[in-house]
Design a protein around this ligand. Sequence first.
Ligand code: TXA
Ligand code: MG
Length: 301
Amino acid sequence: METRVLLFDDASIGEAARQILAGQPVAVPTETVYGLAGDATNAEAVARIYEAKGRPSFNPLIVHVPDLAAAERIGDFETEARALAEEYWPGPLTLVVPLRPNAEIAAIVTAGLPTIGLRVPVHPAMQALLRKTARPLAAPSANASGAISPTRAEHVLKSLDSRISLIIDGGPTERGLESTIIAAAGGPLRLLRPGPLDIDAVVETSGRIEAPGQLASHYAPSKALRLNASSANVDEYMIGFGSIAGDFSLSPSGDLVEAAAGLFDALHRADASDRPRIAIAEVPDEGLGQAINDRLRRAAA
Ligand code: TXA
Ligand code: MG
């Protein structure tokens, strides 16, 4: 299969919508990372997403919708979930809520769970695709299973070349980290995956949130990764931060927003370098640094 890369515009979204309605997955940018989108009402289309990613098992997928009204046709929102949706949508928040029994969602999307992860993205490309297809779109990150999430069209192409037919290129993603996932499915809210949102502010909106749950995800570069390095060994590609320089710096000024936006790009560069190992400077474990360190610990595991 030939993989085409088209710049984001009306024509490319039209082409992407045609492919999605024909059951083919298409890679499209969101504000977090690029997603591999497919029609969530079509089980075969969703199966092709898994096939393209080479996922060994059926993890539940996040379903993207254009607005809260569309989300409420698919999931049940209690008071806290609705407050979070109203505060943070459109944006980098995924809410895991009970799936409505009559929702038109293929069972493969939720891997048979009674809950569903829903997200209203702000990115104009994903928004345009949602409106053009008028379907809820299941979209995991657009990388081969176990690989690093893509924050640029080139990353998608490298990971999925000849496995998908179309990539919409909307430039580098703004946030660079996958969405914050919060479960609001009975009982206290649970943070399932830290992400771009400031959790202290989230708690102010919604009340208490339980300690992070474990998601068995992989954010792994193909090379060994050493954390909290103050300098590189000869065989290491060094990723710097703040005062610790490197072959590439997440943020020379120590800005965590800049670091999050460039994190996966840095890991992709390190993976592509001629050195067999990767070292990375310490990133302070505060604010967005917590989400960055969560990804780094998984990548190093
Ligand atoms: O930023 C993002 O969230 C990106 C963009 C494309 O939207 N998507 C993304 O999808 O990161 P993915 O498939 O790489 O990660 C989704 C995570 C998985 O770890 C999955 O287990 C969890 O969301 N998830 C989805 N539905 C769930 C559910 N019903 N219950 C618990 N976890 C769920
Ligand atoms: Mg992923």
